[in-house]
Write a protein of this length. Sequence first.
Length: 289
Amino acid sequence: MSSEKKNRIKYEIKTFLALTIASAVIAFNLKSFVQTGGLFPGGFSGLTILIQQIGERFFGLNIAYSVIYLPLNLIPAYIGFKYIGSRFTLSSFYVVFLSGILTDIFPAVTITYDTLLISIFGGIVGSASISICLINGASAGGTDFISIYLSEKKGIDAWNYILLGNVVILTTAGILFGFDKALYSIIYQYASTQVIQLLFKRYQKDTLFIITEVPDAVYGRIRQITHHDATRIDATGCFEGAPRQILYSVVGREQVNRVIDAIKKVDPKAFINVINTEQLNGRFYKPPY
């Protein structure tokens, strides 16, 4: 067996284990934090819990989580399979299926009854598991499929639409079950969003300004690692009046450290300025899922 094939098998096993652990953590979080605090997380998980509570409170029905959550994900999964990629969709639906089943199987282990602590740490734990999925080329399902489809294929910022959906869920939950739980759920969702932004950097960009004496070699490393282009700018050093070469390039934030390390190997004297890129318009290479 070739080394390349062995590395591929190791990668697949690592990904499978990571997604399995993430699914278990998602289920644990739902049973031990969300359920204990009576919270409503965002997306399809929040919608599923809302339907469960409506069924139990007003109709006396005790509906299993997976019975609602899995069918809700069928249409988003179809969108993902058709427009995003089969591997990403199959990996994501594995997370959806396993987390849904485990949520019904796992016992509710109460960590604390303090709703504020539940809101904060529940959001952190839940988002950490979602970040593991995203880093390993999958998602937790639901609105993630829709968000990625709109951003990748249509160039539409889906955040406002997802936010509107969450507002509808929380408003309905507040009217039916009390606005204290809805307000605590906002804290949960905020903590979750902050952690995902910290851990998952696929959509975050940084601009590099590189002053170097070997621009061709530096550009070669940037191209090799990121598949992004660069622009060469002729400049003059003010102190010595010597000619300088500046390379300008925009790369994914998760790639910055690798790029800097590679540049330092070909030009230890390179001067590199990294700037946070808030908005980017135009063609930009995005690695496929």
